[in-house]
Structures are given as C-alpha cells and as structure tokens.
Design a protein around this ligand. Sequence first.
Ligand code: SAH
Length: 354
Amino acid sequence: MIPTGENLTRDDILRWLHEPDEEKLQMLWDTADRVRHEVVGDAVHLRGLIEVSNHCARTCRYCGVNAENKAVERYRMTEDEILSCAKRAAEYGFGTVVMQAGEDEGLSGKFVAGIIEKIKTLGDLAVTLSLGERSDEDTGLWKEAGANRYLLRFETSDATLYKKIHPDRGARVSNRIEQLKRLRGMGYEIGGGVMVGIPGQSYDTLADDLMLMRQLDLDMIGIGPYIPHPATPLADRSLFPELVKGVQALSDETTVCKVLALARLLCPEANLPSTTALATINREAGRAHGLSRGANVVMPNLTPQQYRVLYEIYPSKAGIHETAEIGMDAIRAQLAALGRSAGTGYGSRKHTGE
Ligand code: SAH
C-alpha cells in the first residue's frame, strides 16, 4: 500500500520522483487513480478557458508573452467578445468560466468586475480568475462582483530560483504564496501549482513544492511541464549558468505525471486539471494519462481563433489551431474512451465530511 495524505513523507515523495521502474510507477498511477475515484469521483469538471488578454507588465523569464518580447502582437478582448465565449460555456453545460491573461492593467478592476457580474447572469456559472498578481483592491472588487476562484501558480517553492525566473514588478516584491493566503482570506478558492523541469529545479525542489501544496491546503493545483519558448531568456540556458547545477529535474511526461499523481495522494480533495501543457508534450495520450493518474478537471479552450494563436505562453500549444467545437469533440471522445463523464454543477473543491 502506498501511503496517502499526512502519511506520505518527503522521503517517500523523493523516492517516487527518482523511481525509474515502469512496473512500480504503474502502482503509483493506479493508487492516484483509485484515490481520485474514491475522494472526488469519476466526473471530469470542464472549465471553459478564455484567454482575455496577452498584454503583460511582467518579465517572467519562462513566458512567451512577457513584456520584453516585442515580437508579440498584443490583443485585449472586448466585453462583448468575452461574454459571447462565456455564453458558449453555458451552452456546452460547463460549470465554470476561467478568465486568464497576462498581468494587464488595461483590464481595469472595474472592467473585470462588470464582466464577472454579467457572466453571472448568463447561467449558473462559477467564475475563476487567473490574471496575475493584482492588487488586493482589485481582487477584493472581483470577489464582491461574484468571482469564486483565483489561480496563481507559485511556480516553484525555491525562493532563489523563483527570483531568477520571476522578477519583481518594479518596487512591488512578488510573493505569490502570501498572495494566495490573502485570496483565501477574501473567500476565494485558491489554485497554486508549478511547472515541472524548470532549468535549475531539482527533484528536492519538486518534493518541497509538493509539501507546500499540502501545507497550503490548495483547492486547485495546476501542474504541467516547463516548455521552453525560443523568444524567452530562459530558453537560452547559457544565460543562466548558475541554474544548471545539481540533478536537474526532467520536464518529460513521466516526471509531470509523477508530480500530478503525488499531488493527488497528498491533497486528495483538490481539483487537479490534466493540463494543456501535458497534452502538448504528448498530443496522442497526454490528456488521458493525466486523467488516469490523478486529474479530474479539463480546461477546454474557448478563446476565439484569432486570439488564441497570440496567447503563446509556450510554443506549439495543443489545440491552438482548432476551433472550440473541434476541441470539445476530442474531449468528449477522450472522456468516453476512459469511461468518465462530464461533471455537472460548479465542481467546487470537496471537503471530506461534508
Ligand atoms: N498571468 C497569469 C497567467 C499566466 S499563464 C499568471 O501569471 O498567473 C498560466 C501558467 O502558465 C503560468 O502560471 C505558468 O505556470 C505557465 N507557463 C508560462 N510559461 C510557460 C512555459 N514556457 N512552459 C510551461 N508553462 C508555462
């Protein structure tokens, strides 16, 4: 029996992260799948993703739409465009709309609050925001307007690595872990998570990341591979010589799935997406592997075609040239093949004992 929850130790986690044996790993996948089935059930919650703007004030070294990439053509969706995507989410029967963007002050507090209020009139939809490190004033306003959840991956628990890949924004010191706690205090369900295989990330760091996920008692955890974007500084590792010391964690599918499966064991009640980045590194089976190794959420992309190609946080994103309809057909077929059904309702975080 593989221990779960409080009984899984950091040493156990490290052993799994280093485990090469496929038969043993099958036990990890099976246990994560069983815990997922027992604790959050077989429903796969669908969250309609709208990438509302690729403007960004930050200079994250890993991200293709960072402010310093002058080659990016910038866009910001209008209110009508965002609402028509949200309408589509309601028509598809999704329980949640996710608005994601770069850290874009052009999306003013009031503008976003107005959209949240209007989305709430379209149907019984939960609203998740993923708009970066915005002020408490803005996130407070959005909570009042009806937003339910906030996604803010902490990216890595290694403070030194974090500083290198995610510079502060001027005088505003970045502390996503503290911000997540404040967002929870405001009443949001909170989502954190990491990229796997960031240059300079070791297996020890990943073990710490996983321990932090449990400590923060995250409601949602996003885990995907780091995928180098050629127009970003981090893609040229020679610029970061100090990062490549020690045992570099891989960014391959198996390592991502290990982190995902371990997150399920550590945080059995959390909502865990099978991420688009995972589907990008294995187009055939990445999403299905995620769903059968701990994940219970998929985020179908509803962003209009002309914009989704411009929201290039990493290259060759899965589904970037598809329409929303084609993407949905593929997801439905995958769920059917796995014997899983689409979730109904908000699909909020479970609390055992409720
Ligand atoms: N501006 C928002 C949304 C960013 S995109 C924010 O900063 O929170 C959402 C996630 O995509 C990021 O948190 C990061 O984990 C991931 N991401 C960004 N660049 C990536 C890359 N090159 N490879 C893989 N994932 C990446």
